[in-house]
Every structure is written in structure tokens, then in C-alpha cells.
Ligand binder design. Sequence first.
Ligand SMILES: Nc1ncnc2c1ncn2[C@@H]1O[C@H](COP(=O)(O)OP(=O)(O)OP(=O)(O)O)[C@@H](O)[C@H]1O
Ligand SMILES: [Mg+2]
Length: 244
Amino acid sequence: MNPIVTAKALTKYYNGLKAVDSIDFEIERGECFGFLGPNGAGKTTVMKIIYCFMPPSSGDVRIFGLNVTEKPSEIKARIGVMPQEANLDPDLTVLENLIVYARYFDIPKKVSLPLAWELLDFVEMKEKANARIDNLSGGMKQRLILARSLVNNPDLLIMDEPTTGLDPHSRHAVWDKLEDLKVKGATLLLTTHYMEEAQKLCDRVAIMDSGKIVTIDSPSSLIALHGGNLENVYLKLTGRSLES
Ligand SMILES: Nc1ncnc2c1ncn2[C@@H]1O[C@H](COP(=O)(O)OP(=O)(O)OP(=O)(O)O)[C@@H](O)[C@H]1O
Ligand SMILES: [Mg+2]
């Protein structure tokens, strides 16, 4: 079967700084793949290249077999994105944020309105439909961004630290939603600093450090190989303490 994401020798420079250093990986259809690694390892840079926010400096990156530098519009139509920085429109209500976002995908209002309610129901925020963004808690904003990322029924969902800053209850609520999506066959790509999250959700993880992939494997194989739990494995392979 063709992988959903293929990266070969992916490299990214910011001016003189090599943020991502010739990495290779593939993500299969239906799997949950996680990027782990310390602050500045290059995780967000990789996510931004995959969701076609910026091109790689060199290397070959294909999503659904399409090259990210040649076919960004086609790719964007089929992916959902939860960026690391929250970027909801503060001038709109919760419901309006979803409807306006749906317009980017040419979804007409007669479709987007019931869809927006369905998505608010999915993230358990129907009662906040008419609230302003500034009046939401951090966890509610995260759940709204998750709802928004599903507006175009994406084949691939890319989430950069989807549960950072959430309380344990909200984090478990998001995990439940992601597991629902997985059961329905979605392909999930995420970054996280929470080893429990990676162990619970991810079929495979790539551990990054200083722009390179140190290892790619399933959490259970890494634990069998190195002993302890995923946190011990992470600390051993990156040689640092956890950031969060
Ligand atoms: N827009 C930018 N311009 C210049 N340098 C950047 C830019 N974005 C990131 N960097 C640098 O690239 C490197 C990788 O950053 P990146 O954001 O990909 O790390 P990360 O693994 O996502 O870290 P975190 O866990 O803190 O989110 C860092 O050294 C960072 O300072
Ligand atoms: Mg990041």
C-alpha cells in the first residue's frame, strides 16, 4: 500500500540554521505517528512542511503521493491542521469560526452550518456556540481548533502539541476524540511532550534531536529494547530532561 506521507532527505534551513537535517520517514494509512523530541528539535518545522505552510530547503516530501512544493493546494484540501499556536478569529463566535473556516474549502453555508453543529457536538462544545473566543478557556480553544481541523473531513490530521496546556480531564477528552477518529480510519500525525500521550495514541514514534531522527519504532518495541517506560527511552536517547 502507498504511504500517506513519504519524506526523503528532508532538510530545512532558516537563514544559516539547519533546523531539520536530512530526515527520512514514511507514515502509513490509518496509523497514528508521533514526533517526540526536546524544544528546538525541529518537530514544528517538519509539521509546517507537511501541512504546506512552507517548503523544504531540499529533499522530497510527498503527501498522498503529491509533492509538497508542486501541489500544495491539492494537499491542503485533504488535510486537517492543529497548529502549535492557537489562531482562532477573536472577532467571530465559536460557531462562526467553524463556518468561516469551511468557506476556505468551498463548503456552502447550508452544509457548513449543520456540520459546524455536528463538530461542536463531537468536541462537546454546543453550549458555547455563540461565545466569543476570548471568553473560552485554553482547553476549549484547543477543542474548537480540533473541531475546525475536521471541517473538510481530512484524510490526514496533523496536530502540533494538541494537548499542551490542557488539564488531565481535557487531555483525556481529546485522547478519546482522537481514538474515535482512529477507529474510523483516520491517519493521525502529532507532536507531543507527553510520553503517556505518545504511548497511548501512537502506533509508531520518531524521536528527534537537533534536527535529526534518532530512532523510529513502536513505543512497545522501544520499551522492550531499552527497558523502563517511554519516558526512560526518551531520556536515554535524547540525553536530556523533559521540558514539560
Ligand atoms: N521562523 C523561524 N525562523 C528562524 N528559526 C526558526 C524559525 N522557526 C524555528 N526556528 C528554529 O528552528 C529550530 C527548530 O524549531 P522548531 O520550532 O521546529 O522546534 P520544535 O521541535 O517544534 O520545538 P518545541 O518543542 O519547542 O515546539 C529551532 O532552533 C528554532 O529556533
Ligand atoms: Mg514545536
